[in-house]
Design a protein around this ligand. Sequence first.
Ligand code: GLN
Length: 231
Amino acid sequence: AKPAETPKAKVLKVGSETTFAPFEFQDEKSKEYVGFDMDLIRAIGKEMGVEVQIQSMGFDGLIPALEAGNIDVAISGMTITAERAKKVDFSTPYYKSGLSMVVKVDNDTLKTFKDLEGKRIAVQIGTTGAMEAKKIKDATIREFNNAPEAFMELKAGGVDAVVNDLPVNEYYIAQAGGKDAKVVGEPLTSEEYGIAISKKNTETTEKVNKAIEALKKNGEYERIYMKWFGK
Ligand code: GLN
């Protein structure tokens, strides 16, 4: 008799903007996508019994890709907002975040968000950072495709500050940017990240939420958290 075929695992198509360390970025050597979100979604996939395939795309393309059915879920340090929740569903929140500002290391005049009035600010297109920066009086907003480009513009002197997610700013300063830049001020907002899923796909949302719950119970969430954010 023929041996029984092992059934192929179903694929979970995951979209992410993969230049947002430490949540998602490409490992220079292995070229693999690594980071907190990447570990989390792989662990979720394991719980769900599916094979995780990660596709890199622009942050502002993630929700359209979900709506078009090109991806099943998006994990990308994405803040749960009322505006986005009109278009997609979100998993239970999995990370608490907020916005902060980065200035040149020798800048002693820009200390709070109030000081950004009338200044030039770099942000990533389609983000909560872009939305908040646009509310700052008389500021000139320059929008970039990703956070590294915004940081580069600060380094080049083209802007006075970058407004972006605090954990990403801190990671940049700790890894590469510390000679040139620093994080200042209190966090401007309190935000929560969620995994975005098409409204048509409520079954996936339920499974993802169950998986997150299981990973919180069995200690795997904590292990992944400590790997990226523990001291
Ligand atoms: N958390 C921010 C947002 O959702 C930034 C996300 C990102 O740049 N990947 O808008």
